[in-house]
Design a protein around this ligand. Structure first.
Ligand SMILES: Nc1ncnc2c1ncn2[C@@H]1O[C@H](COP(=O)(O)OP(=O)(O)OP(=O)(O)O)[C@@H](O)[C@H]1O
Length: 223
């Protein structure tokens, strides 16, 4: 593996907020091409690590946050389009807001079919269900078309079949993927590597093929 295949490297790092560390003595490397699942109990620091990764390579990362953060009055189409807002001049974005342009319309319609949102494309985000909103948020991240996808529980509001289909889509479209998940089966099926966190420390880091779901469930057992 060449040195420049390393995208992120932490050595005994401390990550947290305003002087209060969440992740301690973090030693962690992530190489191009890896598909990594972060697992661990709520509050253990998964989002904190994902946010740091995103800050380190902002232009290369397609970011799918835990909270959809949609503009309520805008349609699913326009919310997805926002994934490429900063690639176009102001006049182009304004024209597309008033009357969707042919190019974005074709691409977003195709994406909406994959997301199962073809019938909700022109519905305002505030009128969508929680699962539909989270698919719009995922669509916005996919529409960014960046090489690295970082998702904070991007499929947790979806049923199992939909979640599997969309995880396949995410992993197929991106060279490198880092996902905070709570579902150990999804982690083993879709990711090549699993990193387990407990109380702000990495307690497991292994190739998915060497792991069992029973081992991963121990990350959630009370001590
Ligand atoms: N903006 C913030 N300012 C201060 N503390 C924060 C902030 N965001 C998160 N924390 C704290 O950092 C710790 C880790 O939170 P984090 O969101 O990284 O956990 P998580 O593993 O992603 O949890 P979940 O599975 O519930 O999303 C928690 O104790 C939380 O209260």
């Amino acid at each position: 593996m060449s040195a420049d295949s390393c995208l992120f490297r932490f050595r005994q790092a401390s990550l947290g907020y305003a002087g209060s560390p969440v992740l301690r003595e973090l030693s962690f490397e992530l190489r191009r091409g890896e598909k990594v699942a972060l697992l661990g109990e709520s509050g253990t620091g998964k989002s904190t690590l994902l946010r740091r990764l995103r800050e380190l390579r902002p232009t290369e990362v397609a970011w799918c946050p835990q909270q959809p953060g949609l503009v309520p009055m805008l349609s699913a189409f326009h919310n997805i389009y926002m994934g490429q807002l900063n690639r176009h001049p102001f006049w182009y974005n304004l024209a597309n807001l008033v009357r969707p342009l042919a190019g974005p319309k074709a691409k977003i319609t195709e994406l909406a079919v994959k997301l199962g949102l073809q019938h909700q494309l022109w519905t305002a985000a505030e009128r969508l269900s929680g699962g539909q909103q989270s698919r719009v948020s995922l669509g916005r991240a996919l529409y960014q078309q960046k090489p690295i996808f970082i998702g904070d529980e991007p499929v947790s509001a979806l049923d199992e079949r939909q979640a599997d289909e969309l995880l396949r889509l995410i992993c197929g479209q991106h060279d490198t993927v880092v996902l905070a998940l709570h579902n150990v089966e999804q982690a083993l099926t879709h990711c090549t590597r699993v990193v387990g966190l407990r109380e702000g420390r990495v307690v497991l880091d292994a190739d998915s093929q060497t792991l069992t779901s029973a081992q991963l469930h121990t990350l959630y057992q009370r001590r």
